[in-house]
Design a protein. Structure first.
Length: 225
């Protein structure tokens, strides 16, 4: 499996049927590297490496109906992140909440995102209205699964776990993405350099020790990754 590493530098396929607001049991099944993209906030422009994390959702809605697509598959929901473990980075905030403990300085030098694949979480989902007037569902919190739910037994995961990295792209997986997601990846300088459609100007993912070299093997068993 390709490597995709988040660090602190000091600085899908799935259904379009929306996941209803509330708290749901979710399983991370895919992490997608979408390359470097321009972002603007309060007249500040940045070029940042982005990823998408996808979860399959299990459970029922408020009416007791299973959260599945017309094909009977679990609903899917994604969250976009900047590939950073900086102090204020949303990825770091969510991972710390999900793990139930902070990263050590050594761990912050490099975290292999493949470690979250197949891991269960409690997702808090809410609705929001975008600038285009459309309604969206968003993951606002990612927390560990309570011990009481674990004791009752977790469902069987449905989707194959996979990590997509532009440095070593799985083209079969790529072709399964939505057109919008494929276009986003193809617009990145990393993809253009990889496909020789532009001068090579890659913004490589920060290389750092993997999780297995930074103490993760010795973690307590109640920490999911």
């Amino acid at each position: 499996m390709s490597s995709l590493i988040a660090s602190d530098n000091g600085g899908g396929g799935g259904s379009y049927k929306p996941v209803p607001p509330g708290m749901h049991l979710g399983r991370c099944y895919r992490v997608i590297d979408t390359g470097t993209h321009k972002s603007e906030y309060k007249e500040t422009v940045k070029f940042q490496r982005k990823i998408v994390v996808q979860f399959e959702v299990h459970g029922e809605d408020e009416n007791g109906n299973p959260l599945v697509t017309e094909k009977g598959e679990p609903l899917s929901i994604s969250k976009n992140y900047t590939l950073s473990l900086g102090e204020k980075a949303t990825l770091r905030i969510d991972l710390v909440s999900w793990r139930g403990r902070a990263f050590t300085p050594e761990e912050l030098r490099g975290f292999e995102l493949k470690n979250i694949l197949g891991v269960w979480a409690m997702l808090t989902v809410s609705k929001s209205i975008g600038n285009n007037g459309k309604e969206y569902t968003n993951i606002v919190n990612v927390n560990p699964v309570p011990p009481q739910i674990k004791k009752m037994g977790l469902p069987t995961g449905h989707n194959k776990t996979s990590l997509f990295s532009i440095e070593d792209p799985d083209m079969v997986l790529f072709e399964s993405f939505s057109n919008n997601l494929k276009q986003k990846i193809e617009s990145s300088p990393e993809w253009k350099a990889k496909t020789n459609s532009a001068p090579e100007r890659q913004a490589p993912i920060n290389q750092a020790p993997s999780a297995h070299d930074s103490g993760f093997d010795d973690m307590e068993s109640d920490i999911p990754f």
